[in-house]
Design a binder for this molecule. Structure first.
Ligand code: URA
Length: 218
């Protein structure tokens, strides 16, 4: 059964109190995630930046504003999407997250995916890709594609922050986002079919490498 808002907020409180890795010592505050527990779409980025660290919400800086515009360009309101990151605390100077930090934070993302059970996860950037689809391939090959794991679709996309600094990535990200619209329509139709009694296949919270990845791309 889907989680309740109270359960999701209780998880957020645990994130805010977390001291499992050294990042807790340098953060202003942890950034658990934001959005309704009923969201069918989840977006997962890398980790909070300076603005997010200050405000306690994900993707509220320049990259976040671009993400909002990209979502709007395909008719999505970010308030309908649950947005989070693979790590919940800002690495000093916005450096890449370290493996131990990703591992220490890992269970929170797993719990979020289990609680929401989203139809579609937008995988923002190479760090999120490595965390959610280990072994699937790199972002330059997989961006804009849809990878199925159980009933869930994962869509790797270039990170909006990368697109801010590279005009050609911006064009690619914008084009990939247009494909997301079709993926969402398909996901909705599949959900409706399942609701009509077609069997539900259990999906793991962290997608396992799929030997038939090429076939799973659709
Ligand atoms: N970049 C991310 O990956 N996440 C945020 O929340 C903000 C910027």
């Amino acid at each position: 059964m889907a989680a309740t808002t109270e359960e999701l907020l209780a998880l957020h409180e645990r994130v805010r109190a977390c001291t499992a890795c050294p990042l807790h010592a340098t953060r202003i505050q942890a950034v658990p995630g934001y959005g309704p527990v009923t969201a069918r779409i989840m977006a997962v980025g890398e980790g909070p930046g300076e603005t997010e660290d200050r405000e306690g919400k994900p993707f509220v800086g320049a990259a976040g504003q671009l993400l909002t515009r990209l979502l709007e360009s395909v008719g999505l309101d970010r308030r309908d999407i649950y947005i989070t990151n693979i790590i919940k605390c800002r690495p000093p100077g916005n450096r890449d997250p370290e493996q131990e930090e990703v591992e220490a934070c890992s269970h929170f993302l797993d719990e979020q995916v289990t609680m929401l059970d989203p139809d579609v996860i937008l995988v923002l950037g190479r760090h999120a890709l490595l965390r959610l689809l280990p072994g699937a391939g790199g972002i330059s090959r997989l961006h804009g594609q849809r990878l199925r794991r159980g009933d869930r679709a994962y869509v790797p996309l270039y990170h909006p922050a990368a697109a801010l600094y590279n005009a050609s990535l911006m064009d690619t990200l914008t084009a990939d986002m247009q494909r997301v619209r079709g993926y969402l329509a398909d996901a909705e139709a599949a959900r409706a079919r399942r609701a009509q009694g077609v069997g539900v296949v259990g999906a793991s919270t962290t997608a396992q490498p799929d030997p038939s990845d090429q076939l799973a791309l659709f």
